[in-house]
Design a protein around this ligand. Structure first.
Ligand SMILES: Cc1cc2nc3c(=O)[nH]c(=O)nc-3n(C[C@H](O)[C@H](O)[C@H](O)COP(=O)(O)OP(=O)(O)OC[C@H]3O[C@@H](n4cnc5c(N)ncnc54)[C@H](O)[C@@H]3O)c2cc1C
Length: 305
């Protein structure tokens, strides 16, 4: 519990280099980063959001500002010196070894982050923007907030597999619920650790469209397992403000109302698919929005900005 507001930012830049590259499956490549100052990297885990900073052709990382106001200074840089970012999950944090693993979805060389991961080699430089464990802030960049819920639902596509896997690993032994993970093919199913009371279902997408297997599975599970005690009155779909996923970010996360004995869902992946699930759970089933975290992690045809 904070007694006063910390004066330093919750996140900062960490200079790292590639220590290991491990091809986990056709679609996943795990990069282990090492850097001496990772000893200060916040290690709360769960769905810890980080940024990877891509090197510029002109200056690499030389012009990247490292002051407390790095973001403000970064915005002022001329285009050719301004590094671009992409958002990822810290799959595992080993502070004592000064290591962080990031599991990259390999979607060809169509995006700079995927291309970087596909060609990464031991010793390559990287910069991560991550939680500063010495800042005094806690919980920054973590959206998993079940707040005592009795039953939890986790659903996501391959981009959310690292976050869901990390969350499952940290759940208490008596946790109950279900997790659905949609991956490109059955060859992308990974080992994970989870409590006995949480059922995990891997869904191979194969030729289906992004999110289709996930949407079917969540609909089916909801109709079979989610009893009337877990949800309320369906809301009129006209009152649910829609998000234009081609222009706005689909990101709605509850901020920790006490959910003791209730239901909590955490959904992340391709934005249009997550939007469909949002309408289904909130509008059709009537689950209160304070019980569901919805996050568009990426959008077909749109680069992250
Ligand atoms: C909080 C958060 C956590 C995330 N964690 C992870 C993670 O741990 N691992 C991970 O791999 N991703 C993760 N993502 C998703 C990742 O940020 C996006 O996939 C990002 O767009 C990848 O950047 P890029 O440079 O490869 O492609 P971009 O330059 O952003 O996009 C270029 C093109 O590639 C397409 N594209 C982007 N991602 C995919 C994909 N996965 N499959 C197919 N086409 C794609 C875009 O639609 C676009 O047409 C996370 C996103 C968020 C918001």
């Amino acid at each position: 519990m904070l007694t006063s507001t910390p004066t330093r930012p919750a996140h900062r830049a960490f200079r790292v280099s590639v220590k290991r590259v491990q091809r986990l499956s056709p679609s996943f490549v795990r990069i282990t980063f090492h850097g001496d100052d990772l000893v200060d990297f916040g290690d709360e885990g769960l769905d810890q959001r980080i940024k990877i900073v891509l090197p510029t052709e002109a200056t690499g990382y030389d012009s990247f500002p490292t002051s407390d106001d790095w973001y403000g200074e970064w915005r002022q840089l001329p285009d050719h010196e301004r590094n671009s970012f992409r958002t990822y999950t810290a799959r595992r944090i080993r502070r004592a070894e000064r290591e962080v693993d990031v599991d990259f979805v390999s979607h060809g060389d169509t995006g700079p982050a995927s291309a970087w991961a596909n060609h990464a080699g031991v010793g390559d430089d990287m910069m991560l923007i991550g939680p500063d464990g010495t800042s005094g802030w806690t919980g920054s960049g973590i959206e998993w907030k079940p707040a005592g819920a009795a039953t939890t639902l986790l659903a996501g596509d391959e981009t959310a597999v690292p976050a869901i896997s990390a969350i499952l690993e940290q759940l208490p032994d008596d946790a109950r619920g279900c997790a659905f993970l949609e991956v490109p093919t059955a060859a992308d199913i990974l080992d994970l650790t989870k409590p006995a009371g949480v059922d995990v279902h891997w869904l191979a997408r194969d030729e289906a469209s992004y999110g289709a297997p996930l949407i079917d599975a969540v609909r089916d599970w909801t109709s079979r397992y989610l009893t009337a005690t877990h949800h309320g009155k369906p809301i009129d779909s006209a009152t649910l403000a829609d998000v234009d996923v081609d222009h706005d970010i689909l990101w709605e996360v509850p901020q920790g109302r006490d959910l003791t004995g209730e239901f909590y869902a955490w959904l992340a992946g391709e934005a249009q698919a997550i939007k469909t699930l949002r309408r289904f759970l909130v509008s059709e089933v009537g689950i209160d929005r304070s019980q569901v975290a919805f996050m568009g992690y990426w959008r077909v045809g749109k680069a992250e900005m």
